[in-house]
Design a protein. Structure first.
Lengths: 291, 283
């Protein structure tokens, strides 16, 4: 029967594809393992050392810039930055998968218990953003809370046009979201249910930039002219205002590491960031220097 | 010697896939069942819970299960007729020259990385829905359905076309000789004869739709509500995992693995149905 043959063909095709994919997957896992071992021997031999850093997507771009400048003066050190989210970065630093973890939120109790050492490398401001056509440009912290908890659902209640508000938030667990909610004063359970959930600052920016109803929050670093920024209690979202503690929506950028896992190269990198050169790069990158 | 060596290599490769399957399934089930076995969470509350607030220890995925089902069924309603008619056109009606252009185009559609479908959806479909249907947000169940319908086309078309082509010529000749029209022959004789192959096409398309993640995450909106209309933004099971895995730890992470188990059960069920259909085709 031809149909029988057909069925057989399909199944073989599926099986082949599955096997192919699984082999690829295993190969990837194996090569990843190989790389890690390579790192270990590399640093003990004193050849090209690798400092692995992973964590927050908010701290990531800054860490990349710092690493680039650092490598100019330390050619034998290679810094690998992986942007995988604060929690994953902290987990990696705890387990030793990464030498340094990046976090854009304070450590939780259960994370602190693992003996992580934290270093504040910069401060970041969070800014509430809307579509450029939106006339609303100043909100109180209370109004921000009312928007994100769904008490206020129309822009005309805030002095804007008569149109529905579309809330855009980060996903549960995101450092930016934790920091934002903590400062504004609402919990994850209170967030309006039909909020669009976008992963990453860039994603929020795109969503807000293409929807005139939308309101979201992003890091200062991501501000550009595709979106318009909202003043909080009449204070503009600028670095000076964060440092003078006038602007309330701000948070620390952390590097976390375990004393057992940190290499000399890793320490050098942290020292570099805290030096005046490093802090100059921090402010160039749109974050706020600690010194 | 070479004979033996290559046999070994083949065996090793074959075992590799079995082992990785066991590893993946074992790992997902081990991680995913942990909260229910060791931490006292109720599996019933997990499946039928309406609230997903990981930071407040609420893990209910019912809205996501519903979203996954609606999105898949919606995509089938659009994708299957279009795919089937395309397959019929290619196999029965189209002149060879035309089929030679359309066939590779459809197959190429299958090769486009899924994230590009998502970007296309975000850049074209979402603004289109916003501007033309007057929606406050284009990220919606409807956008998901449209993207998935396009994505399942190549699977449905290719498998259904092969099934239709495999129908013996004498069936058609017999029908035409009895005075039936071409369209009558197609729908009364050819399609019923290719039934099991077409069903396989549908099930494979369904599998493609329910497991799709990257394209969906960009156009779904990922809201945590029980979808009641096509314009609601939704969060299917797959995007829940992809969206939160990066930031999750502890119980939250295990619950995402548990979401994976539910998804895996759906896929397993589909494979079972597919196997049934394939074996039935033989009789």
């Amino acid at each position: 029967m031809p149909i029988d043959y057909l069925g057989g063909l399909d199944m073989t095709f599926i099986r082949k594809t599955t096997i192919g994919l699984l082999v690829l997957f295993l190969a990837a896992v194996l090569s990843a393992c190989g790389e890690t071992t390579g790192n270990g021997t590399g640093s003990s031999n004193g050849s090209k050392e690798i400092v692995s850093i992973s964590g927050s997507t908010s701290v990531g771009p800054l860490a990349e810039k710092l690493a680039e400048k650092f490598k100019d003066n330390n050619e034998n050190i290679n810094i690998e930055v992986n942007q995988i989210g604060s929690s994953a970065g902290i987990t990696n630093a705890t387990s030793g998968v990464s030498e340094i973890g990046m976090s854009s939120r304070d450590l939780k109790e259960e994370e602190k218990a693992n003996g992580l050492k934290e270093t504040i490398i910069a401060y970041d401001g969070i800014v509430v953003v809307t579509h450029p056509s939106n006339k609303v440009n100043n909100l109180t912290l209370e109004q921000v809370k009312q928007i994100f908890t769904g008490e206020v659902t129309n822009w005309n209640q805030l002095g804007g046009e008569d149109m529905e508000i579309v809330v855009v938030s980060r996903e549960d667990g995101s450092g930016s979201r934790d920091a934002f909610q903590e400062i504004v004063g609402y919990s994850s359970g209170e967030l309006i249910r039909n909020a669009i959930i976008a992963s990453g600052n860039g994603n929020i920016k795109t969503t807000v930039a293409t929807n005139k109803h939308a309101v979201g929050f992003i890091s200062f670093e991501y501000i550009d002219d595709t979106i318009s920024t909202i003043q909080i209690d009449g204070v503009k979202a600028t670095a000076e205002n964060v440092l003078q503690q006038k602007y309330s929506l701000s948070r620390p950028f952390l590097f976390v590491h375990k004393e057992d896992n940190i290499t000399e190269a890793g320490k050098q990198f942290i020292d570099f960031i805290l030096s005046s050169d490093g802090q100059a790069i921090v402010s160039e990158a749109g974050a706020i220097p600690v010194k | 010697m070479l004979e033996k060596l290559s046999a070994r290599i083949f065996l090793f490769c074959a075992l590799l896939s079995v082992v990785s399957l066991l590893l993946i399934v074992g790992f997902v089930f081990y991680k995913g069942s942990h909260p229910f076995v060791a931490e006292g969470y109720s599996f019933f509350d997990f499946i039928f819970g309406m609230d997903w607030v990981p930071s407040e220890d609420k893990f209910g995925i019912f809205p996501m299960i519903v979203a996954s089902l609606f999105a898949t069924i919606g995509a089938l309603i659009i994708g299957v007729p279009v795919g089937l008619f395309t397959a019929i056109f290619l196999a029965e009606i189209a002149p060879k020259r035309v089929a030679k252009i359309i066939s590779p185009a459809v197959q190429l559609l299958a090769g486009i990385p899924s994230v590009l479908y998502g970007v296309f959806g975000l850049a074209i479909i979402v603004p289109f829905l916003q501007n033309n249907l007057g929606l406050v947000k284009g990220q919606s169940l409807l956008a998901v359905i449209l993207v998935l319908a396009i994505m399942m086309l190549p699977t449905v078309v290719t498998v259904a076309e092969t099934a239709i082509r495999a129908v013996p010529k004498m069936y058609r000749e017999g029908s035409l000789a009895l005075g039936a029209s071409q369209i009558g022959t197609i729908f009364k004789v050819v399609v019923p004869a290719a039934k099991s192959g077409i069903m396989a096409a549908v099930v494979l398309g369904l599998g493609r739709a329910i497991g799709e993640t990257m394209a969906v995450i960009l156009v779904a909106g990922n809201s945590l509500i029980l979808p009641t209309s096509l314009t609601d933004s939704v969060r299917p099971l797959t995007t829940n995992i992809a969206l939160e895995m990066g930031y999750a730890f502890g119980t939250h992470q295990e619950m995402l693995f548990a979401t994976g188990i539910v998804l895996f059960s759906f896929i397993l069920l589909l494979n079972f149905v597919l196997a049934k259909i394939s074996s039935k085709g033989g009789n």
